[in-house]
Design a protein. Structure first.
Ligand SMILES: NC(=O)c1ccc[n+]([C@@H]2O[C@H](COP(=O)([O-])OP(=O)(O)OC[C@H]3O[C@@H](n4cnc5c(N)ncnc54)[C@H](OP(=O)(O)O)[C@@H]3O)[C@@H](O)[C@H]2O)c1
Length: 213
């Protein structure tokens, strides 16, 4: 499939490499086409990789991944234009983090979340919150002693979540669906539980797993 990844940071590159390893074509998007980070990634990633603006990558992708700075994500969508997302599966990996007091906090709390704002901003697309509760080194094929970890996902469209579950299986993950996109409120908070555990232990190779019987 064609995947547009909005974001040239660690997440954009980790997911881009993962999709390419699975045989997909990826265009990485940035504020400006031809940026150093994106060009370097394309050189490493090979002939299934391309780069362009956020708008170019959105138009390219049948699947669009949001891997943008949380506080910039809504502005990026507005710049791209909501219509360019119509009919697409949008995987929202962004977390609305506020670093103004030092340790990260959620910038959006209570009866709202970035995931919900993203879905409202692109009403013609199916947004699934995922990949936001783990660090980028474990996003693709995590090899952990306890077996495949669990990616918690949220979104309004069952078909989009079924497609996401297939993709996550290819990425090496089990999936737990926690319902509509309002579940992003809890997944964005889970990101901070993940970060706080890392700060406390000094390690970053951990992931959540849901156990059940
Ligand atoms: N790092 C992780 O392991 C991790 C794990 C889970 C979730 N997340 C979340 O995933 C997202 C991406 O994280 P990241 O660490 O890869 O990179 P990041 O530094 O948070 O974001 C990089 C991207 O954001 C864009 N950006 C930054 N400021 C902007 C602005 N003012 N206007 C428009 N675009 C702007 C950059 O555009 P340019 O390309 O033009 O520079 C770049 O593409 C974040 O929301 C983060 O919270 C991160």
């Amino acid at each position: 499939m064609k995947v547009g990844i909005l974001g040239t940071g660690d997440v954009g590159r980790a997911l881009g490499n993962g999709f390419i390893a699975l045989g997909h074509e990826v265009m990485m998007g940035s504020r400006t086409a031809g940026g150093e980070k994106a060009k370097a990634w394309v050189n490493e990633a090979g002939d299934k990789a391309g780069e362009g603006t956020f708008e170019d990558a959105t138009k390219f992708g049948e699947i669009v991944v949001l891997a943008t700075l949380g506080s910039a994500t809504e502005a990026v969508i507005a710049q791209v234009g909501a219509d360019n997302f119509n009919g697409k599966l949008v995987l929202d990996a962004a977390n609305p983090l506020d670093f103004s007091t030092g340790a990260p906090q959620l910038a959006i709390v209570g009866h709202d979340s970035l995931g919900e704002r993203v879905q409202k901003a692109v009403p013609g697309a199916h947004v699934v919150k995922c990949f936001n509760t783990v660090g980028n080194p474990l996003m693709f094929k995590p090899e952990l002693p306890g077996g495949p970890p669990t990616m918690f996902i949220a979104g309004n469209d069952d078909g989009a979540k079924a497609k996401t579950t297939e993709l996550l299986k290819d990425f090496g993950w089990e999936t737990a669906d926690i319902g509509g996109i309002d579940g992003s409120r809890y997944l964005e908070a889970m990101c901070l539980a993940w970060v706080r555990y890392g700060v406390k232990t000094g390690g970053w190779m951990h992931a959540f797993k849901l156990l059940k019987k």
